[in-house]
Each structure stands twice: as structure tokens, then as C-alpha cells.
Write a protein that binds this ligand. Structure first.
Ligand code: ZN
Ligand code: ZN
Length: 588
């Protein structure tokens, strides 16, 4: 999810809301919804003017031909925009808003403050050179099918004309960058050049432009490639004697956590929870692995080290997996099984009129992930939702075997729960029922990921594939999420070394070396995002347990799930607040 922002001065008429300040508590609150809906519309229009690149990525293509120059003038514009809108928000009495608008209000407010903070405090435009990379947005223009190729190519051409100024501004911004982000910027910028050298060329062969027009496009592309190469070279030669540490530090981390996760818990609290969860998982895993030892490893002497024992049993169980050529069909066959189980246990209503389409991962996504959900963007309401499954065709035997052991018989089912039913896909169907452009654009990642992670445990606790093997594998899977949080927090706020990080991932979370190395790379160029899964999950789970206790026999899991999802992709803390206030309004 991108956190870019826009500026622009907005003049919103909120005069009609000003007069109610004398309203006393006993009076009913004025209905603010019509004005607020109008405000939101205007807000988004203005947002896209200041963030044209963001607009394009969300499927709003009016500004496709513009590339924003990341200079001081732009940042000033952005700050004016945030200030004006934070002022506008103040004129609405939140009590006069519907639940949908209340959460939208909070999300706009958070986004504006986050933007302001990132410009004034975080200042990653100075130390993270990988923020400067244009190829992705150009590739999107070529890959999109929202308009004719002619139109898209002409926008591509106009947008290219900004590239020299764009990188000029980037060079001016960069000060003592981190070495990790500098290297990432070099790799990614050079890696993206093929969009201008290869992809564009192929697209030009498909249209009937005049020779002259084609030539000026090719010439501008050539110049763009030179500019990008020059930027990479400039970074490579940068005299950076006092590089900044890639570790964010405690103070910035706490703030970023607050803005990005929007949890009811602080970063410290989530970290403590993750530590406790890791301990709990290790205990449960040992119990199961010890029990399973006889069944699988009876001929081998039991190791004394508990973690080693767990790992050996996991390795053995992982041998149960599908054949490479059956990977996609196995996933397809799973969908009706999951739906039947959910119906039988009465866990949540699944709308049969919106079936999920399982498809082979399209080529342009290849290599990104084994399985993922593609949802239509906010401006593409009738688009299909796809479950993209990577193909193992052409993989050598060893690589396929290692992949299939990772996504073995057990884990593959948990993956399907997470990505599809009742995880991401189901959540998406529900959130589309209370449409909110704000939530589509600013959707809370911790809620979305947290829900998917929550459903894994919920399904197993409801008796899905109830076996010791399944639980052991689930714990391993959950341990990954848990350790991601411990890793992210420890690396960015506690100076955790690479050696300690790898030890955590390999020996305590049972990961392969390659996976652990990849995670180290990821944590050194991102912050907080790795926490979103565990944060959201633990907040949802805790909330459910609290309600269960409060409601006793009256608690109904199906009602809880449907109600919880009805608020859309809002932060869990607001959903919780609204659900609790509704309960006090209508006592059982
Ligand atoms: Zn095998
Ligand atoms: Zn997910």
C-alpha cells in the first residue's frame, strides 16, 4: 500500500456546520452525513490532483500523463493540503455521522497526519533513495487495459518528459542515505529500465502511429534510460561518509507504528504479546512433536534439544505434499471443501453469487508469490476477484520439491484459508457491501491481514482438519507471523544483529536459510509492515475473547464475524469501539 500524499488547497464549504456549537448534550445531534459525503468526494478529487501517480495506481486515469516532481514546492503543496483538510475535518461533529462515515473520518484524519509527519519528521525522501523509481508506474500504463493502447502510449510519452526533472529533484533531496536503501535504489532503477527498452518497443509495434511520432517516443525513451542510468551511477559514486543507519530508531518507529497500524495497542505492547506468543507456541509445538515422534521417527534417537526435536518432526511431516502438476487443481478442489465446512459449522455466511475464480498467475506477476488475491480496484467495481496460483511448470526437481515441502498438504490448506475462504476473499466480499472509496484507498492493512490470520486459527479451533499434524503445522505457520513482529521491532528499535536475527528465524521459527536471508533483506529496507499481520490478528482475537466472556451463552460466532466485517477495512480499534457502543445501545 502506498503512502504518498497530495497537496493542493481545498476550499470546502463547511459554513453550514459552524452554527451548531451551542448544541447541548441533551439535544439530538444534527445529521452531518450529507455534508460529509460531499466533503469526501471533494477531498478525493483534490487528493488525486496532488498525487497523480497514486491516482493512476488506484485506477483513476485522468492524470496518467503527469509525473510529480518531488521537490520543495511539491512538499509545500502537500503540507498546505493536509493542513486545510485537517481544519475541514474539525468542522464536523463526529457524533452526527453514520458508522461508515465515522470510520472514514478517522481514516482521513490519520492519513493526513501521517502524511504531515512523514514530510516533517520521518523525512525518508532524504535517506531512502529507493523512493525514487519511475518504472513501476510506466509499466502499469502498458499493462493496464482500461483504455486503448493508443491513448495509453500517448500518456506514457507525455509522462516521460518529466523524468529528467524528477531525478534532478531526487538528487537534490538525498542526504546521507542508508547504504541498504541506496543499493536497493540502484538495483531497482536499473532493473526497471527494460520497461523503456523492451516493453515500450513491443507496444509501439502494435499501434499505427506515424513514423515521426514513433521516433519522438523512442528518442524520449532513450533519453529516459540515460537519466535513470545516470541516477544509478550518481548513487554509486555518492560520497556518503556518514550513512544513516537503516534502523528507524525507537521514536520514529513508535510513530510510524501508530499511523500505519492504527492499533489499540502500542508497538511495545504488541512486541511483548509476540514474545509471549512465541513462548506459548514453542510449548505447544513440543508437546505435539513429542507425541508424534513415535509415529514418524520411532527408529531415530530423540534429540535432547526441544527445538531440534520439533524441527525434525516438522521436516518429516512436510514430506506429505501434492505433485507439482497438481498444485493448482489441489487448490481449486479445496474451495468447496472449505465452504462446506463453514456452512456445516455455521461460521459465517458465504455469498454463493460471488464465486472466487482460481487462475494461473498471469505472466507479469510471475515469481512474486505462490498464491495471492487480486481484487478489482476502487474504480473497477465490476472487475473479477482472482485467486492467482503460481505454476511450477519448468521448475527443476529440487526447487519444486523444496517449494512443495514448504506448501505441504497441511500448510496449503492454511494458505487457502488465509488467502481465500474465509480469509482475504471473504473479507473483500463483505467490505464491498458497505462501499467506501476512502476505505478502498486507505484500507487498514493490519485489519485486512489480521482478519486472514485470525481465520486460520478460528477454522482450526472449529475443528477443521483436526489432527496433531495439522496443529503442529499451523503453529509453525503462526510462529512465522509472530517472529516477523519480534524481528521488525528488535531490528528497528533494539539494534538486533543480523546473526541474532537469523538465529531467531532459523532455529526458533524453523525457517530455511534462504527464507531467513530474504527476511533479513526485507526488514532492512522496510519498517513496521512486518508487524501488521500479528498486530491485527491479536487485536481481533483478544476482542473476540473479551466479547465471549461478556456475553457468555449468548455469544454467537457467526454473528460476531458478520458484524465485524460489516464495517469494511477499518482499523480494528474503531470497529471494536462501534461494536461495543452498539451493544450498549441494544441490551440483550
Ligand atoms: Zn516430496
Ligand atoms: Zn494476507
Amino acid at each position: 500500500m502506498k503512502h504518498i500524499f497530495l497537496a493542493g488547497i481545498i476550499c470546502i464549504s463547511v459554513a453550514s456546520c459552524g452554527g451548531d456549537s451551542t448544541t447541548t448534550e441533551t439535544k439530538s445531534v444534527a445529521d452531518m452525513n450529507p455534508q460529509f459525503d460531499k466533503y469526501k468526494e471533494q477531498f478525493i478529487e483534490n487528493l488525486w490532483k496532488i498525487y497523480p501517480g497514486w491516482a493512476s495506481s488506484q485506477g483513476y486515469h485522468k492524470y496518467d500523463s503527469i509525473l510529480t516532481i518531488p521537490n520543495d514546492a511539491q512538499r509545500t503543496k502537500e503540507l498546505e493540503f493536509t493542513k486545510a483538510n485537517l481544519d475541514s475535518l474539525k468542522s464536523f461533529d463526529i457524533n452526527g455521522l453514520s458508522d461508515n462515515n465515522k470510520t472514514d473520518y478517522h481514516m482521513i484524519d490519520n492519513q493526513l497526519k501521517s502524511l504531515e509527519w512523514s514530510i516533517k519528521e520521518q523525512k525518508s525522501y532524504e535517506w531512502n533513495p529507493s523512493e525514487y523509481n519511475v518504472s513501476g508506474s510506466f509499466a502499469e500504463i502498458l499493462n493496464g487495459n482500461y483504455d486503448s493502447l493508443d491513448v495509453r502510449l500517448r500518456n506514457f510519452y507525455l509522462k516521460m518528459t518529466y523524468i529528467p526533472s524528477y531525478y534532478e529533484a531526487a538528487k537534490k533531496n538525498i542526504k546521507n542515505p542508508t547504504l541498504e536503501h541506496t543499493q536497493l535504489a540502484i538495483d531497482q532503477n536499473l532493473g526497471g529500465i527494460s520497461v523503456f527498452e523492451v516493453d515500450l518497443h513491443e507496444a509501439l509495434n502494435k499501434v499505427h502511429f506515424s513514423e515521426q511520432e514513433k521516433q519522438s517516443i523512442e528518442a524520449t525513451a532513450k533519453q529516459s534510460v540515460e537519466v535513470i542510468k545516470d541516477f544509478a551511477k550518481w548513487l554509486d559514486n555518492l560520497k556518503n561518509k556518514t550513512p544513516r543507519s537503516f534502523r528507524l530508531g525507537k521514536e520514529l518507529y513508535a510513530k510510524k507504528f501508530e499511523f500505519d497500524i492504527q492499533s489499540g495497542y502500542t508497538a511495545d505492547e504488541v512486541y511483548e504479546k509476540a514474545l509471549a506468543r512465541k513462548k506459548e507456541l514453542h510449548e505447544k509445538m513440543f508437546e505435539l512433536a513429542d507425541k508424534l515422534w513415535e509415529k514418524y521417527m520411532s527408529k531415530v534417537a530423540k534429540p535432547a534439544d526441544k527445538l531440534v526435536l520439533i524441527k525434525q518432526v516438522i521436516d518429516k511431516i512436510s514430506e506429505k505434499h501434492v505433485k507439482p502438476e497438481e498444485f493448482q487443481s489441489a487448490i481449486e478442489k479445496q474451495m468447496p471443501v472449505l465452504i462446506d465446512f463453514i456452512k456445516q459449522k455455521d461460521l459465517i455466511y458465504i455469498d454463493p453469487s460471488k464465486p472466487l475464480v482460481v487462475r494461473r498467475e498471469p505472466d507479469y506477476m510471475a515469481g512474486v508469490a505462490g498464491a495471492s488475491i487480486s481484487a478489482p480496484g476502487p474504480y473497477d467495481k465490476n472487475g473479477n476477484t482472482y485467486y492467482n496460483v503460481g505454476s511450477l511448470a519448468g521448475w527443476d526437481k529440487e526447487r519444486a520439491e523444496s517449494y512443495l515441502r514448504e506448501y505441504n498438504y497441511y500448510i496449503l490448506q492454511i494458505l487457502n484459508i488465509h488467502e481465500a475462504i474465509p480469509g482475504h476473499y471473504t473479507q473483500l466480499v463483505y467490505s464491498n457491501q458497505s462501499p467506501s472509496l476512502i476505505k478502498s484507498i486507505f484500507g487498514n492493512g493490519a485489519m485486512v491481514e489480521g482478519w486472514a490470520v485470525y481465520t486460520e486459527r478460528m477454522m482450526l479451533e472449529s475443528g477443521y482438519e483436526n489432527s496433531d499434524e495439522m496443529w503442529l503445522m499451523y503453529y509453525k505457520w503462526n510462529l512465522r507471523t509472530t517472529c516477523n513482529t519480534i524481528l521488525d521491532y528488535s531490528v528497528h528499535t533494539k539494534e538486533m544483529s543480523k546473526g541474532d536475527a537469523l538465529n531467531l528465524l532459523i532455529n526458533e521459527a524453523f525457517q530455511q536459510n534462504a527464507e531467513a536471508e530474504g527476511k533479513w533483506k526485507r526488514v532492512s529496507v522496510t519498517q513496521v509492515q512486518l508487524c501488521s499481520y500479528f498486530s491485527g490478528y491479536s487485536e481481533i482475537y483478544d476482542f473476540r475473547e473479551t466479547l465471549k466472556k461478556q456475553e457468555g451463552d449468548k455469544f454467537n460466532l457467526k454473528i460476531f464475524h458478520e458484524k465485524f466485517l460489516s464495517y469494511g477495512s477499518a482499523p480494528v480499534k474503531y470497529i471494536k469501539e462501534l461494536m461495543l457502543s452498539e451493544m450498549t445501545k441494544s441490551p440483550k
